[in-house]
Design a protein around this ligand. Structure first.
Ligand code: HEC
Length: 204
């Protein structure tokens, strides 16, 4: 084993201090150094999509080759950073995003599949919290009604937002539900509210 002596400590500190100047000197010779690494950024688009392909839009569409995705507001995507604090208390749309997906039958069918998969466990298949499937085991964990008048009064963007980032006791599902599936779920929640006679409400 190496004995830690003053000599070793001196050598160690010299090596540490000299690291940056040495790096800089090598940068002078080779034009770059390790601190300026050429790794990809998350979601960076490195190549153009092949010709005649239809992109699968999960909400991570990049603005162009080599550019970072910052979100496209016209597609109803919230630009990061975005968190529960950005959800307006009055239920209006965060950052003014609008629902880009028409509530046609394909959207409602997909919305139902995703709602039953992701939301019904806590909010009930009909959007009634007290009918949630976890009620027998965890009566205290059951969440609010989604087909009632309160959520009917929220904007589409608010429901999209809470689904994406969570709020209070509700976890976020943004990482599990892709961009368009979130809007399909919003459309499906509207159909549950309509079925319950609570939508459209004034300004809803
Ligand atoms: C693990 C249980 C759970 C799941 C799953 C869940 N939620 Fe929630 N949800 C909650 C809880 C708890 C609240 C109350 C949040 C709070 O404390 O502010 C809530 C609140 C909400 C609200 C606001 C209701 C109001 O009256 O303010 C909306 C909208 C909502 N959830 C939508 C969804 C959608 C859409 C899904 C499916 C993607 C979903 N939730 C999945 C637990 C859940």
């Amino acid at each position: 084993m190496v004995k830690v002596t003053n000599k070793w400590l001196l050598l160690l500190s010299v090596a540490t201090i000299s690291c940056t100047p040495m790096d800089d000197a090598l940068a002078g010779i080779f034009g770059r150094h390790m601190r300026d690494s050429r790794s990809f950024d998350p979601y960076e688009n490195t190549i153009d999509p092949p010709e005649n392909t239809v992109p699968f839009a999960s909400g991570n569409m990049t603005p162009g080759v080599g550019q970072l995705n910052t979100g496209q507001p016209e597609m109803g995507i919230m630009a990061p950073p975005f968190g529960p604090m950005d959800l307006p208390a009055d239920g209006s749309s965060p950052l003014g995003i609008v629902n880009p997906v028409a509530p046609d039958s394909a959207s409602l069918i997909r919305g139902e599949v995703m709602f039953d998969r992701m939301c019904a466990v806590c909010h009930g298949a009909e959007g009634i919290g007290s009918q949630a499937s976890i009620i027998e085991k965890y009566p205290l964990l059951v969440a609010y009604n989604l087909s009632g008048t309160r959520v009917a009064g929220f904007s589409d963007g608010y429901i999209y937002g809470i689904l994406r980032v969570g709020r209070g006791l509700m976890p976020s599902y943004g990482h599990q539900v892709s961009h368009f599936d979130r809007w399909h779920i919003v459309n499906y929640i509207r159909s549950l509210q309509r079925k319950a006679g609570n939508f459209p409400v004034e300004g809803g």
